[in-house]
Design a binder for this molecule. Structure first.
Ligand code: SF4
Ligand code: SF4
Length: 350
């Protein structure tokens, strides 16, 4: 560390490298958006799972286990090559906890080598200076951490108190963009925590977003009046991030159904650890087809397939991707289950 440098503050060199990476990524994002506006034939965003295992066990989570093995690097590269060949613009690595994958840096390197934008969603518990520098070297461009509360409780340990030191390290060493996501809605004990988390994120130079959790019965209910105020404030604070393009989230906050065309299975893909394509993390099982067998014709069909879960969906990344195509024609096809047996389907939030 250079003399006189404050903890949690990036050096001038790191700051410059961060700005440069930011502008380069932004140019590639704009190119990706332009390409998606011209053609509907390729996925724009893909979430890929290199490891289902997680070091935590958040009470609300249905996306982890504590036994599974990492997907071998060569298999990850094979899947990434298929996605690159389809013309995918952005790959976000998710889990489980992807930092538990022993060859994650090489996975990120391969995404970049194939010309795609590389993002990572993590709980942040494995971050330290050395790990952040390795992520810099691998070419990571975006990282998101979701923080659920100010102090850990029986439901979630992803608290500001547990993670603040790691956030300072990110602020000091990361050359990639960092977004901190907080949550409001069902099961959130203290909504004021979301505001604290958002302000801390901005103080450290990150962007900030907020997600809304449904009741377990999946019904859309308006947030309480104070929660709505907090939601609007965080959305305003988050104006530097892409969340500003998401009008749907305002509808979710008000308990209103929204009218949009979900393009999951086409413009957005969720690839599980077994290499199967799913609509999204909340509708695992559809269409349940191995990526290697997922053809352009199947993507076209999903582009045109109406999703009955869309009016009350809270999956904001898929909603943001849909903005690229909401102006295009109606979805007239019905879902067709091809690759998964009915009893294997996991439908969450229905
Ligand atoms: S850290 Fe993320 S993946 Fe792990 S249990 Fe919590 S919500 Fe699930
Ligand atoms: S839950 Fe949302 S993102 Fe997933 S398939 Fe339904 S509408 Fe699309």
């Amino acid at each position: 560390m250079s003399a006189g440098k404050q903890k949690g503050k990036a050096s001038a060199e790191t700051w410059q490298r961060r700005r440069l990476r930011f502008y380069r990524t932004r140019v590639r994002e704009i190119r990706g958006i332009a390409k998606a506006l011209v053609s509907t034939k390729h996925p724009f965003l893909v979430h890929i799972i290199p490891m289902r295992r997680c070091n935590l066990d958040c009470g609300y989570c249905n996306e982890y286990d504590d036994v599974s093995k990492p997907v071998p690097l060569e298999e990850m590269k094979r899947r990434l090559d298929m996605l690159a060949d389809m013309g995918t613009s952005i790959i976000t690595i998710s889990g489980g906890e992807p930092l538990m994958h022993p060859e994650l840096d090489d996975v990120i390197r391969h995404i970049r080598k194939r010309g795609m934008i590389a993002g990572l969603i993590t709980n942040g518990f494995f971050l330290n200076q050395e790990r952040i520098e390795r992520l810099n070297d691998a070419g990571l461009e975006h990282l998101q951490i979701s923080i659920d509360n100010a102090a850990p409780d029986e439901v979630s340990k992803k608290s500001l108190k547990s993670l603040d030191g790691r956030l300072e390290m990110l602020s000091e060493w990361a050359e990639f963009q960092v977004n901190i996501n907080s949550v409001l809605g069902s099961g959130v004990k203290n909504s004021e925590d979301a505001l604290k988390i958002a302000h801390r994120a901005l103080e450290l130079g990150f962007t900030s977003t907020v997600g809304i959790i449904h009741d377990h019965d999946g019904q859309l209910k308006p947030l309480a009046p104070r929660d709505q105020e907090i939601f609007e404030e965080i959305m305003t604070l988050g104006k530097r991030s892409f969340s500003r393009f998401n009008q749907f989230q305002h509808n979710v906050a008000m308990g209103r159904e929204h009218d949009w065309k979900c393009r999951a299975g086409s413009r957005y893909l969720y690839i599980c650890e077994d290499g199967l394509v799913h609509w999204c993390s909340q509708q695992r099982g559809y269409p349940g087809i191995p990526l290697a067998e997922y053809t352009a014709e199947m993507r076209r069909r999903e582009f045109l397939t109406h999703k009955s879960c869309a009016p009350m969906c809270t999956v904001s990344c898929v909603q943001q991707v849909a903005i690229l195509d909401n102006w295009r024609g109606e979805q007239t096809m019905k879902p067709r289950v091809v690759g998964a047996r009915k009893e294997e389907l996991v439908q969450i939030g229905k």
